[in-house]
Design a protein around this ligand. Sequence first.
Ligand SMILES: [Zn+2]
Length: 300
Amino acid sequence: MTARSVSRGSGFGRDAFRGVRGKHRGFRRSHIPHCASILLVLAGTSAAAEFPTSVQQGSLVRATVDPHAKVRYADRDLRIGPHGEVVFGIGRDEAGPAHVDVRSRDGTHRDVVIEVTPRDWPVERIEGVPPKTVEPPPDIAERIKREQARVVAARARDDARADFTQAFAWPVDGRISGRFGNQRIYVVDGKDVPKSPHSGMDIAVPQGTPVKAPAAGIVTFAEPDLYLTGGTILLDHGHGVSSNFLHLSRLDVKVGERIEQGQTIGAVGMTGRATGPHLHWGMNWFDVRVDPLLLLEPAR
Ligand SMILES: [Zn+2]
């Protein structure tokens, strides 16, 4: 058996059932992508906006606009930082192009069009899962639902801080053992049961390895023992951008604490339904999951 599963609807996807061992069947290495950015000068208006012309699926898009502009994307008015910082997420399955409406001070609208380039999502087939573990008993399902609701609430924050503008750093040093977006299929009684794609990236490191904040933020959630995700920390980077760190063996921070980049927030473990020690690092723009790897330097 390589992984187990209990329920649908975990906000963290199925990762709670994944560990380090034997779970990357079908894994294919792809180059670490990054996005090009150019300066778009919007002639004839007071608003100059800098957006990438093209991004990959699962990207967190950071851009700058005139601080007095109004920006709308995906039916949401984006918060604009004092220096014109804006951010939004492009989902894993977003086909694009993405349209961003930028309204300048004089009322003129500009439709900023961003091409979304598709990615190749490897499929992992996980065999040997006992069928009875695919759906949880009602009391466990109820607990998972309650815990999930608290996580969703924490991710709904729209704080004015623009910590997301920092260059993100690796929270631990190690091999990537699971990539964002990989599609998982459980083979149960000889049938393929498609499950949610992997919601973050896994880094294989020993139990107890200190986890360092990849960027500054405020702790919005810190629980040592969630059913699926075990020791769980959410760090809010502002404007709806948050990181989640799962399966931790130790939590060093409390809700409400201000954390600086590089500060130790906890330690790697295999709590919850993980089968081996690893750090799962997920990122969100509100409820849109994005790929942390796209924010990191392509150093390895
Ligand atoms: Zn994971």
